[in-house]
Write a protein that binds this ligand. Sequence first.
Ligand code: GLA
Length: 377
Amino acid sequence: MTDVATIFRDHYGAEPEGLWAAPGRVNLIGEHTDYNDGFVLPFALPERVIAAAGRADAGWAVCSDLQGEPVSFDDPGEPGTVTGWAAYVAGVVWALRDAGYEPPPARIALTSDVPLGAGVSSSAALESAVLTALIDLGGLDIPAHERPALAQRGENVYVGAPTGIMDQSASIRCEAGRALFLDCRSQEVEQIPFDVAAEGLAVLVVNSNAPHRHVDGEYGARRKSCEEAARLLGVPALRDVSTDGLDQTLKQLDDEVMRRRVRHVVTEDQRVLDTVALLRSGRIREIGPLMTASHASMREDFEITVAEVDVAVEAALMAGAYGARMTGGGFGGCILALIDADRADATASAIAEAYAKHGFTAPTPFVAVPSKGATRL
Ligand code: GLA
C-alpha cells in the first residue's frame, strides 16, 4: 500500500496531523437481515482504507492514489451535489452537519488495500476512515455506537444507495479475533470470540470476480419487497416475524415470490442466533451447516446468487469445507468457506479448477483474519 502521508505531503505541501484506518468486512452470516431490523455477524478484515488528514482554513479537499482527480468542495450542498467517489466523503460531512455537528474543514489523502467491487465494503471503509478522522480532528463528542448510523445516512441520503447498517457497524465497531453480533434494531453489540486459528481452522474468502449485474436495482427491489411484506403482515419489520408457525404466517401473503423473500429473512435471522449460540460455546466447526443453509436460502428464496458464487460454494464443500456461503449484498462478490487451516491451498485450487471447467474468469482467494475496527494509527 502506498505511504499515504507521502501522498498528503506531495499533494498539499504540508504534514498531515494524523492517520486513521478503517477496514473492509466479510459477513459470517446474516444476509439482507440488517434493513429488516434483524441480526448480522460480520468481522473486519485486515485490509483497510487509510486516511491522512489535517485541518484546513475552509472547505474539504480529498485525493487518493486509487481514484481519479482530486476533489475539493466548499460545502457538500444538497444530497447529490458532489458526485463520483468523492460523494462518499461529502456524504460524511453532510451527515455530520445534518445531525448538528460541525465537522472541521479538512484536507484528506486516502489509500486502500480493500479490494474494490468485491462486496467487502470498500465504500463503508472509506466512509468510516473519513468519519473517524473528522471526529478526531474536530474533537467531536460522538460515541462509537452512534457513528455507523452517521456514515450510513451519508450513503443512503447523500450518495443515494439504500444499504443497511451492517457494513459501517463492522468497519467501526469490530474487534480483532471476534465477530460482531449486532442487533440492527437496538444497535446493541456483543463481541463473539472467533479465533479460528486457535482451533486449527481458517476462513477462506474467494472473490468470485463475477461481473456486476444490476446490483443496485436488485438490492433496492429486495428491500422494497421486504418492507411491503412487513406492512402486509402488520409488523414493524420482518425481524418481528417468528420462525414458529412461519408456514402459516406465509399463507397471509398472496405473492409466492414475496413469501420466499420473507422466508429467507426470517430463517436467516434464526441462523445468526444459532451461529452465535454455537460460537459462544466454542463449537466453531458446527456453524458450517448453518453457513451452507444460508447459501441455499440466498440461492433459492432470496435469489441473489449467481452461477460463479454457486460454483465456488459447491467446489469448496466438495473439497471438504465445513460450510460455505456467499457473503455481502449478492449478484457476485465473495464467498467464504470455513475450512481446516491446512486445506486453504487445496480448497482454493478446487474452486479454481471448477471455475476453469465452467469457463469463468479465475477467482481470487485470500485467508481472512478477524481484525480490529476503525482506529487512529
Ligand atoms: C450490502 C449492504 C448491507 C447489507 C448487505 C446484505 O453489503 O451494504 O447493508 O444489507 O448488503 O446483507
